[in-house]
Design a protein around this ligand. Structure first.
Ligand code: GDP
Ligand code: IMO
Ligand code: MG
Length: 436
């Protein structure tokens, strides 16, 4: 299948986020009509570089940068209206049209200021060793309220101002009591200030809000092609990631069907995105982490600083055990391997192919985070290359060691590498069309 004929496609990260999903979505979306964010919220930071100009998107799908694409933020996401509206305003200032090309689900849950506060307070109150290192965007508390139901607000609630105010007062009273009792937070939150602010947001959001499920099904029925944009990564998935050091939503492909409201059979292709090495931002086990010079080189060469928080990303060798776990769950039809340029200059490259734990070697990821913390990686060593590959535009332009490295990853993950990233720019991408 040609890359421009993928059918409805899900782009999903196979590591701990920041794999380069934004760049891949941007590279592919010109062949699609609809771009869908299906999970997560403003914790995501997806970077697209167009002619040297950098865009960092948190709430909006990267499809928004292409005017002909309809961008949807669907019900599996959590929306911080201040971030979303700020992002819309800043794109408009930069000459990007945002209007009829954007629709926001009336069912998506709302992040409120006390969610962000609860996120911070919870992290601060935790013992240093047990902090998750969240993005402080209120994601966990918002999804927790969603699951608990009683304290949650959805976008549609903004359009019943009286009941919104009334219920918000009840919820804020509960949050004030909770914050005082658990965190000794004596400064009460003012419900009416939040209500005023959010009801103003409601007016600004109104033109974008609709039932995105109905709309998406109408678009599909008309033959429009849909690109689902994963946020976070499979190893941060609430069910399949390295729990508890994960986010609070289903980042995996299954989350796309659920979060957007389409049958599972809708998704025809899955592009699994990996970095050619591994990074992680925030806390949690990271078996292949490199705390010395090689890790520093990856960080500096790869610009590995968080798009959302600016935190330095932890860097390490490619972990094929962890990525194979993601491949198992997502069923990739294609792989995109990013940052191949960043690996240049290493004499040897290591790939983790097993974990040694308690004298035995395993090739699956343990459920227990203490076990994962303790595993010792078993590496295969592959030859590196010195050439700068950032100008390569065809597979044949890459040094043979780089091609060998890609073949090795492909074999380990059981899917063909069809896209290679050789730099952050839109054009710094190699597409590998299948022969015949
Ligand atoms: P996302 O969250 O998966 O969209 O990834 P981020 O945007 O958070 O982080 C990826 C970073 O790597 C961004 O700064 C991108 O501009 C950059 N990037 C993406 N692909 C490549 C690549 O192939 N090479 C290099 N050097 N940078 C890349
Ligand atoms: P994108 O879409 C990288 C990480 C946080 C933290 C954990 C929980 O850009 O790939 P949360 O704020 O979600 O409760 O934090 O998850 N995290 C990400 N790391 N990329 C992301 O998104 C992330 N979203 C959350 O650093 O370790
Ligand atoms: Mg990111």
């Amino acid at each position: 299948m040609s890359l421009i004929d993928l059918g409805h496609t899900c782009v999903v990260g196979f590591q701990w986020g920041d794999e380069g999903k934004g760049k891949i979505v941007d590279a592919l979306v010109e062949h699609f009509d609809v771009a869908v964010r299906y999970a997560g919220g403003a914790n995501a930071g997806h970077t697209v570089v167009v002619n040297g100009e950098k865009f960092a998107l948190h709430q909006l799908p990267c499809g928004i940068l292409r005017e002909t694409v309809t961008s949807l933020i669907t019900c599996g996401t959590v929306i911080d209206p201040a971030v979303l509206l700020g992002e819309i305003a800043s794109l408009r200032e930069r000459g990007i049209a945002v209007g009829d090309n954007l629709r926001v689900s009336d069912r998506a849950h709302l992040v409120l200021p006390y969610h962000r506060q609860q996120d911070l307070l919870t992290e601060r109150a935790a013992r240093p060793g047990s902090r998750l290192g969240t993005t402080a965007r209120g994601i966990g508390p918002c999804y927790a309220d969603k699951a608990a139901r009683r304290w949650a607000f959805r976008v549609c609630d903004l359009f019943r101002p009286d009941s919104f105010r009334e219920r918000l007062a009840e919820v804020v009273a509960h949050k004030n009591a909770y914050f005082a009792a658990v965190f000794d937070q004596r400064e009460p939150i003012d419900a009416s200030m939040i209500a005023d602010e959010y009801l103003q947001f409601a007016d600004q959001l109104r033109p974008f809000v609709c039932d995105t499920i109905v709309l998406l099904h109408e678009l599909i029925a008309k033959g429009k092609r849909v690109l689902f944009e994963g946020a976070q990564g499979s190893l941060l998935d609430i069910d399949h990631g390295t729990f508890p050091y994960v986010t609070s939503s289903n980042a995996v492909t299954g989350g796309a069907a659920c979060g957007a409201g389409v049958p599972l059979s809708t998704i025809q292709s899955v592009v699994g995105v990996v970095k050619a090495y591994a990074t992680r931002v925030g806390a949690g086990p990271f078996p292949t982490e490199l705390t010395g010079a090689v890790g520093d080189t990856f960080r500096e060469r790869g610009g590995e600083y968080g798009t959302t928080t600016g935190r330095p990303r932890r860097c390490g060798w490619f972990d094929a055990v962890a990525a194979a776990h993601s491949a198992r769950i997502n069923g990739p039809t294609h792989l995109a391997v990013m940052h191949v340029d960043t690996l240049a200059g290493q004499k040897e490259l290591k790939v983790c192919v097993g974990y040694r734990l308690g004298g035995a070697i395993t090739t699956t990821i343990p459920a227990d985070s203490y076990d994962l913390q303790e595993v010792e990686p078993v590496y295969e060593t592959l030859p590196g290359w010195d050439e700068d590959v950032s100008g390569c535009r065809r597979l044949g332009d890459l040094p043979s060691a780089a091609k060998g490295y890609l073949d090795f990853l492909s074999q380990r993950l059981g899917a063909p590498v069809r896209i290679v990233g050789v730099g952050p720019g839109r054009d710094q991408t190699i597409f590998i069309e299948k022969e015949g």
